[in-house]
Ligand binder design. Structure first.
Ligand SMILES: [Fe+2]
Ligand SMILES: [Fe+2]
Length: 288
């Protein structure tokens, strides 16, 4: 009997922030690396980008990012994308006009080849189902659009609940991907802030409990015991969060970090390769 996810690998990219500093150049180096790897079956190496593709919502950045994603697709990789807060605006806020522009510009990567243009998105390949969410969806109005902690909203959660029950998904390995972090962080990640920056440590420590999806609790109750892999980004830490997700019966949960290494002082770009058959993973590091 064929095992679920047999032969299928995920390449997890996140938070490339094309447009900031030289991150567009770095993203290009990652694309070069992915095409140099030349897996004999790129169609079985599915690329998932969990948002903050660009640093802020401009036509120029969308066009530049589009060229890089197209290169990956033309090489043979299936590419899936979900939006981050920077894709819908910038650091401080998101807005519905930028959201519409981003979804239109990347609809073939976000919604793939099915007709629907709303979230959750669904892509089926082999015996796996890939579900993309918009974790900005409930923050696109009024004052809620500032600071962008992320909120899926009751409507999207309802649709996700229905989708997870649907016959099309029965017996499949389910991979859920979205941008904002569903878990709180402990103090063990404080060193990532940097030595000697007391104010940054203080800011990170005080705000950390708030920097996760506003409706993370409802979300985790819906997905528990129903999903095998969760991928997300936003915090740029690149942590394996499976210890936390196991509380909800989800074996693998990965924070993609920033593939282009958006943090000052970092010098190693990275992306994660996940084997869906045996549920193991490794990180490929690239020096700049
Ligand atoms: Fe980011
Ligand atoms: Fe983000």
């Amino acid at each position: 009997m064929r095992r679920k996810g047999a032969g299928m690998k995920l390449i997890h990219l996140s938070d490339t922030h094309l447009g900031a500093a030289d991150l567009g150049k770095r993203f290009e180096m990652i694309v070069d690396d992915l095409t140099r790897l030349r897996p004999c079956n790129p169609e079985n190496h599915l690329i998932i980008h969990t948002g903050d593709l660009i640093d802020c919502a401009t036509r120029e950045y969308r066009a530049a990012a589009r060229i890089l994603l197209d290169r990956l697709r033309d090489f043979g990789y299936p590419v899936l994308l979900c939006p981050g807060n920077h894709d819908y605006g910038g650091f401080w806020s998101v807005n519905p006009h930028a959201a519409r522009d981003f979804q239109e510009a990347f609809s073939d990567y976000i919604f793939r080849d099915h007709k629907a243009t709303s979230f959750p998105s669904l892509y089926l390949q082999g015996d796996c189902a890939f579900i993309g969410l918009d974790s900005n969806a409930a923050e696109l109005h009024c004052l809620d659009r500032f600071f962008a902690e992320g909120e899926l909203g009751t409507e999207q959660l309802f649709r996700l609940n229905v989708l997870l029950d649907s016959k099309r998904l029965q017996g499949r390995k389910i991979v859920l991907f979205f941008h904002h972090h569903p878990f709180s962080f402990g103090y063990n990640v404080s060193p990532d802030v940097g030595d000697g920056r007391v104010s940054s440590h203080l800011f990170a420590g005080l705000t950390r409990p708030f920097r996760r999806l506003k409706d993370a609790y409802s979300f985790c109750r819906i997905v528990r015991d129903r999903v095998q892999v969760m991928l997300f980004g936003h915090m740029h830490y690149g942590l394996d969060c499976s210890g936390e997700s196991m509380k909800y019966g989800i074996p693998l949960a990965m924070d993609g970090g920033s593939s282009t290494c958006a943090e000052a002082g970092e010098d190693r770009m990275r992306y994660r390769i996940i084997d869906l058959e045996d549920m193991t993973w490794k990180i490929r590091f690239l020096r700049m």
